[in-house]
Design a protein around this ligand. Sequence first.
Ligand code: SF4
Length: 336
Amino acid sequence: MMDAISFARALRSWYDDQGIVLPWRGHPDPYAVVVSEVMLQQTTVAAVIPYFARFMARFPTPHALAAAPLDDVLAAWQGLGYYRRAHNLHNMARVLVSEYQGRWPTTAQGLKALPGIGDYTAGAVASMVFGQPALALDGNGVRVLSRIMGFTDVVSPATPALRAFAAACVPNDRPGDFWQAVMDLGRTICRPKNPTCLTCPVRDCCVGWAQGNVNEIPRLAAKKERPHRTGQAFVLHHNGHVWLRRRPDQGLLPRLYEPPTFGWEGPSAFTQDSELWEACGVVRHVFTHFSLSMDVFSANHKNPPFTEGNWYPRGDLPPLSSLAKKILQQTLFWVA
Ligand code: SF4
């Protein structure tokens, strides 16, 4: 097996020299690290930085977050997408305050008992804030470590051989910096495609490099093909206002606002008056479990033909799902 200790040393010395400065790095407050880690799921570092600053200013403690109405949290999340993360964070803060009296568990296992905290986030917080030699394997970690090992089998964060190697690498001294270094290396040098191995600080320790097969590693399990759905969206606008309805509290995109949509979440009927509605093209969107194409129609008209919803002014829209934003952007309401 690759020499885990030499690798960890070389990596950390590179990080000490070249580590990227980020607002949540070295933060002593587990809450700040949890917020940043949740935001970084499915979003880039550059996009997260301004949201993190605004979110922490608006909800500086778990108590402030727990006390805030969910709609305020969703509004602060607007633009980051994947709103399920905001729901989870809010729920986690409420449980932390009500059941843990605001005191954070200090081990990965204890942190994982909080709602919305998965294996990776628990390991990241335990190592970065509490100095525990826990495992924090996200996509970057899986890629970097399996390349270092030259591991050519199908791999995931749960693969025992990868976890054993990771456990051998993570030091007792500053374990959090080890994971930060893995993340930096994965983002900047050991990228998914065309890693720049010639500039890599741990190339001498990399079995994948020595084998000449880094581009075939990691081998990830084939993704299931997503089913495709179709639907229609109707953007009614008048006098700088748009008609929106709030989605149900449960299910997909809970409590977010959207123009009325039909047909894509099961059978539903809306008989459109073809004199009124103008076709504005098709919007495509990909959810985790299916892809969607939505025919968009718009009308400038003051009498809504819908049973649910309200008018909202252009300058003060409530929290919209990314899909709703795409739909509105397809129409004259957005550009007017
Ligand atoms: S040598 Fe290449 S594959 Fe190996 S860790 Fe460095 S960048 Fe990644």
